[in-house]
Design a protein around this ligand. Sequence first.
Ligand code: COA
Length: 395
Amino acid sequence: MDGGLIWRPVRRAMREVAVVGIGLIKVEKQSALSLRQMGVEVIRQAMESARVDEVDALYAGNMLADELQGQKHVASLLASEAGLVGVEALQVRAATATGAAALRMAYLSVASGEADVAIAVGVEKMSSAPATPALAKALDAELEVPTGATLISQNARLMQMYLERYKVPYEGFVNFAINAHRNAATNPYALFQKEVTPEIVLNSRIVNEPLRLYDCSPICDGAAAVVLVPADQARAFTDMPVRILASAVATDYFRVEDRPDPLALDAARLSARRAMRRANVNPRDIDFFEVHDAFSIMAALILEAAGFAERGEGWKLAAEGEIFREGRIPIATMGGLKARGHPIGATAIYQTAEIVLQLTGRAGPNQIPHARRAMLQSVGGAGSTVLTHIFEIMG
Ligand code: COA
């Protein structure tokens, strides 16, 4: 499958784009701030760090506010509350990949020349009401949700299939949680600030066979923002700009059960391939990879689909310690979705901000030495939309 298109790696007259400012608040189980206060705070921080008073465009990633806070039209609200009245402001959604979709729109807006300064802000407040049924609406409302399917149950199905097909013991997955919690423990913005042992993971309760608590990302509140400008002007905003080498998106058959091989995660494969072609890099050129570890099975499947492991062997990168900070392909370097937290619409913006901290040498105890290039992948639903972004420190 190649997305039903003949894809041509042609770059039209697009400008290169760089990230020059970041803003983020601590992920919390229940924030004392309202949705708008969270959004306004990170917009203010990101603009301050990029030394800008104005932006041309604002793209807001938010998946759940219409259901959980009764609030649609989030981008215009945030623009108004942040004192940016008059700017282009649009809300962007791609289910659980919403933050990455907002980042892509900001990227395209600057790359195309429509905006000279764009902000991508992600904000999600999942604590206000039961989030699980709202999240399940990322699936097919006619054919999947009425059967009781949720994102948890679909990922449990994928994990069960994986364990059976590749004859992997459950223990093979434990290091995904160990690594994420170890990295979150030293990230001041992370939800969970403590390490976990293999015993804690193995004895944690079953959420949906075979998924245990520590295979799942948590329900939480958070917000993050990044400022994007043309790369050739970036040094006017910051001494350490980070170039976005590529932004790509791909889709798969919407329902897991329609996919020829659900474990192939074809949208992840396709979007990674498109992004890597555009960036002219291959997996060996990537120093660390912020994966969508919403469930540990997703992390394993992404490592395979994006070309970092053979099919059926993504789990081995975890089991053999290669995903740790000192390993061959570090993932979740600031705690990942699992332990920094997964406030949906904000998640990929947190990851972008974390990539900027890593590539500019500001990741503190979590620093990956000599990191120059990073990849970010975000999964919408149970794999029906996947976005890939590749970043590089500007030399
Ligand atoms: N990992 C580790 N600990 C977790 C956790 C997680 N994912 N989720 C909750 N906890 C902890 C809480 O901090 C709390 O600990 P405490 O008692 O020391 O304070 C305890 O477990 C109970 O928390 P609670 O919120 O009652 O858990 P829950 O059973 O309601 O929720 C899950 C657990 C796994 C069901 C929930 O986190 C979930 O639905 N996750 C998936 C979210 C999702 O689908 N996101 C989109 C994916 S793309």
